[in-house]
Design a protein around this ligand. Structure first.
Ligand SMILES: *Cc1c(COP(=O)(O)O)cnc(C)c1O
Length: 392
């Protein structure tokens, strides 16, 4: 009997050790990791440089409170602003908190800097933005909202890639549009170039803020350090978490200069946000990603992975589509994929789902061509066996 809440449907696997792309369970069985703790261990498990930075910081200082200057926090923020369109960073501890901060900043910017009463945020169906009350309300999936009524006011949802629906949803209360460039949890749905450009133009025309949730798509995952770079547009606010600390829990909310005064002293905060330890992990993660050209490697490896999957799965009646950007890849199947995930686990490959019918592949950004080959052959074998069994 567990003393934990039963809020996770856990796989029957207990992982006890990891290195690079490999994980080992308590029985000594080895796994090839193509899920990276849901896009968190972007540099693989226990990356040497991040480990050393954490060990060094553990010897020096753990926590002091944001009532003091924290040099690691300054340096981590500078690395982020030097390598993005943002001018300022707020550190927190999770993705939901980063989106919560983005929602608060957007409202406060309109109310305190511009002096209007706009507060409504347009978000998208099938999106995922977190589990706090505001972020689950922003999320475009009913299953995360069940039993949590009443929800906070100020969120509306429209279909992704539907410009007319976005335009129709804009009112004199609208403050911002909240967008993931790839809806990752929601099924690996990719934003069209024309839609992204038009949404940016709509924001400019109506005085709305564009908030991009880069929690899963950021930190090199899609083949650019931040996925908005693919589209030639810039958000006013964007959020990061998942891979930014290589597995140490960190979230960040970043914004452009005009937004910065909206968070005056005392307006927002977090006890643990950006501690010396957390930001040591961020610095080492970003420096390693830049030095190893992790985004560029993710772009090349993603092309290889998608290309090889398309070849290997060609003609299988149970495979509907293979899509993705960089190393955020989805295989849409004709039916539920939970059984496929379990079978792949048996054979030593860890992948996850994105909605009921989509397999999601999230290897680390430094994954090798050999590891990609290994994963493709396991996935194609299992899907081919499923197709063959269905015709008998
Ligand atoms: C994971 C995720 C979140 C939530 O992050 P938590 O750290 O679990 O709070 C929000 N948005 C997106 C796009 C995510 O993938």
């Amino acid at each position: 009997m567990s003393s934990l809440f039963p809020n996770y449907a856990r796989y029957p696997i207990t992982l006890v050790k990891g290195k690079g792309s490999r994980l080992w369970d308590d029985q000594g069985k080895e796994y090839l990791d193509f899920m990276t703790g849901i896009a968190v261990t972007g540099l693989g498990h226990v990356p040497e440089r991040v480990k050393n930075a954490l060990v060094n910081q553990l010897d020096q200082l753990w926590h002091v409170s944001n009532l003091f200057h924290i040099p690691n926090q300054e340096k981590a923020a500078r690395l982020l602003t030097d390598n993005s369109c943002a001018d300022a960073v707020f550190f927190c501890n999770s993705g939901a908190e980063a989106n919560e901060a983005a929602i608060k900043l957007a409202r406060r910017y309109h109310q305190k800097v511009l002096g209007n009463r706009r507060y409504e945020i347009i978000a998208f169906k099938q999106s995922f933005h977190g589990r706090t009350l505001a972020t689950l309300t922003a999320t475009g999936q009913d299953k995360v909202k069940e039993g949590f009524l009443p929800l906070p006011e100020g969120f509306v949802h429209v279909p992704l890639n539907d410009l007319a629906a976005v335009e129709a949803a804009i009112t004199d209360k609208t403050a911002a549009i909240l967008l993931e460039t790839i809806q990752a949890e929601g099924g690996v749905h990719i934003v069209d170039q024309a839609f992204a450009t038009a949404v940016r133009e709509l924001c400019d025309r109506h005085g709305l803020l564009l908030i991009m949730d880069e929690i899963q798509t950021g930190m090199g995952r899609t083949g650019k350090l931040f996925s908005y770079e693919h589209y030639g547009i810039e958000p006013d606010i964007f959020t990061l978490a998942k891979a930014i600390g290589s597995g140490f829990p960190v979230g960040a909310m970043l914004a452009k200069a005009p937004l910065v005064p909206a968070f005056a002293a005392g307006s927002h905060g977090s006890t643990f946000g950006g501690t010396p330890i957390a930001t040591a992990a961020v610095i080492a993660t970003i420096e390693t990603m830049l030095q190893e050209k992790a985004p560029e490697r993710a772009a090349a490896s993603g092309e290889l992975l998608v290309g090889r999957l398309k070849e290997a799965l060609k003609g299988l009646p149970n495979v509907v589509d293979v899509r993705g950007k960089g190393l955020l890849v989805g295989i849409e199947c004709a039916g539920p994929v939970a059984g496929i995930v379990a079978e792949l686990q048996q054979r030593g490959l860890l992948v996850i789902t994105a909605g009921p019918n989509v397999l999601r592949l999230l290897p680390n950004l430094l994954v090798t061509a050999e590891e990609i080959e290994e994963a493709v052959s396991l996935i194609s074998a299992v899907l081919a066996e499923q197709a063959a069994a269905a015709t008998h």
